[in-house]
Design a protein around this ligand. Structure first.
Ligand code: C2E
Ligand code: MG
Ligand code: MG
Ligand code: MG
Length: 285
């Protein structure tokens, strides 16, 4: 009897695996469709400075699936990384982000810096820097208006070549942020030698900031050490007024989260920037 149960359990297990595998195959085909026919969108989430002004935006990839609705990048990016499809997707993201920032500028909405998330595969590809230079040259976006977000893991993978790439980026005047800071296995001390400009504290620490004295201590510690190293600090996932106030009192430099602004399409960002412009321009000018 036990044996039979075992066999049933196995049958269940293997049919789950088959479902998962065929789900992956069909998602992979749908991804290819989106790559071939411009099926992605790029949304932008504002980052605010200490005065509540939009300091920059983060480009976030959106995939409106023809039958399943919007699929989260947290779900399809790992798949695209496994299949290599992340490469054409990443190139599209970078190009589109540069073009969109120039469109804002042409519309008189000022010069905004855009942050683009990098995948590990993209960063460690031999032609990464060449592709980046080419995209900047082709689109015409000044390098100072681009920043790249890397996770701690990307830097730990292959440290020597990662540091070389970071130095090349600094020479190009492209800035670099460490994303989701605090979730990796690294410590702040390893940042000492890296030419980066910003750490973004992961939203898991912000979530309990006002309820957990541990998280409050961690956040304060990250901010003060980062400042000692000459880095600026952005808090991710700021959802409440209390969190925002607390972070201001800790001297955090930048703020990103649903409580301030959600990711939005370019047209909506244009309206928001125009409204901000009106609010800060003196009437008698
Ligand atoms: P991330 O780079 O850490 O981006 C921030 C994520 O947090 C975004 O999720 C954003 O919508 C979400 N978020 C912002 N504020 C809040 C908040 O107040 N509360 C909560 N709960 N969430 C907030 P999204 O857009 O689903 O992206 C998930 C991840 O997918 C990103 O995390 C990034 O790692 C990756 N990703 C997104 N776009 C790209 C891309 O173009 N290329 C690559 N390689 N990865 C991307
Ligand atoms: Mg990011
Ligand atoms: Mg993040
Ligand atoms: Mg994240």
């Amino acid at each position: 009897k036990a044996k039979q149960q075992g066999r049933n359990a196995y049958a269940w297990f293997s049919s789950d695996i088959n479902d998962l595998a065929s789900e992956r195959v069909s998602l992979r085909n749908d991804l290819q469709e989106a790559i071939d026919h411009q099926g992605f969108e790029l949304h932008y989430q504002p980052l605010m400075d200490r005065h509540g002004k939009i300091a920059s935006v983060e480009a976030l990839l959106r995939w409106p699936h023809p039958s399943k609705g919007y699929i989260s990048p947290a779900r399809f990016i790992p798949l695209a990384e496994a299949t290599g499809q992340i490469m054409p997707i990443s190139e599209w993201v970078l190009q589109r982000a540069c073009q969109d920032m120039l469109a804002l500028q042409r519309g008189g909405l000022g010069t905004l810096r855009v942050a683009v998330n990098l995948s590990p595969l993209q960063f460690h590809r031999d032609n990464f820097l060449a592709t980046l230079r080419q995209t900047l040259a082709e689109t015409g976006l000044p390098a100072e208006q681009l920043s790249l977000e890397l996770t701690e893991g990307i830097l730990m993978d292959n440290t020597a070549s990662a540091i070389e790439i970071l130095h090349a980026l600094r020479n190009m005047r492209v800035s670099v942020s460490i994303d989701d800071f605090g979730t990796g296995y690294s410590s702040l001390s390893y940042l000492k030698h890296l030419p980066i400009s910003t750490v973004k504290i992961d939203r898991s620490f912000i979530h309990e900031l006002t309820n957990s004295s541990d998280d409050a201590a961690i956040v304060q510690g990250i901010i003060s050490m980062a400042h000692h190293l000459g880095l600026s600090v952005v808090a991710e996932g700021v959802e409440t007024h209390e969190q925002h106030q607390r972070l201001l009192s800790y001297h955090c430099d930048g703020f990103q989260g649903f409580g301030l602004a959600r990711p939005m399409p370019l047209a909506e960002l244009e309206r928001l920037l125009a409204a901000q412009e009106r609010a800060t321009t003196p009437v008698n000018q």
